[in-house]
Design a protein around this ligand. Sequence first.
Ligand SMILES: O=c1ccn([C@H]2C[C@H](O)[C@@H](COP(=O)(O)OP(=O)(O)OP(=O)(O)O)O2)c(=O)[nH]1
Ligand SMILES: [Mg+2]
Length: 156
Amino acid sequence: MHASENRPALTLVRLPHAQDLDLPAYETSGAAGMDLRAAVPADEPIVIKPGGRMLVPTGFIFEIPAGYEGQVRPRSGLAFKHGITCLNTPGTIDSDYRGEVKVLLVNLGEQDFIVERGMRIAQMIIMPVTQATIRESDSATATARGAGGFGSTGSK
Ligand SMILES: O=c1ccn([C@H]2C[C@H](O)[C@@H](COP(=O)(O)OP(=O)(O)OP(=O)(O)O)O2)c(=O)[nH]1
Ligand SMILES: [Mg+2]
């Protein structure tokens, strides 16, 4: 466990359809993310067809502390074994969002994928984030790179 004084406080609000689900938690002491579980009805699993996408509820509101964002990222095991990933990865959870966190899964595999209740479908990372001040200018300042990009410095 890392020193608690360095950890931002995260409040989770459990929604009625998540009553029996485990609270999202870090699975190991050094885990970067806490796993998110599918809050789908036990008798109505979600089926994601090959090439299809589905929005999967997690059953929780995350009150992300000011100065942080939530990032919803895929789990590598699901990606490797089933071709299941998050379509909009990393999903952005704003600190002022008070709706249920949902996970947009896409099936890049060849088989139907069945999302069952309580399945760990993605992970949530809490990251510091900054809002810039924004101003408009007529021209950009000069640099050595200039407008070069997309391989302009060579491949070796
Ligand atoms: O994977 C995700 C991504 C987003 N959200 C929620 C939280 C986030 O704060 C809100 C808006 O997300 P985003 O800004 O990425 O979507 P948008 O299409 O720009 O919607 P909006 O106009 O509501 O900002 O949707 C999720 O629950 N899961
Ligand atoms: Mg937005």
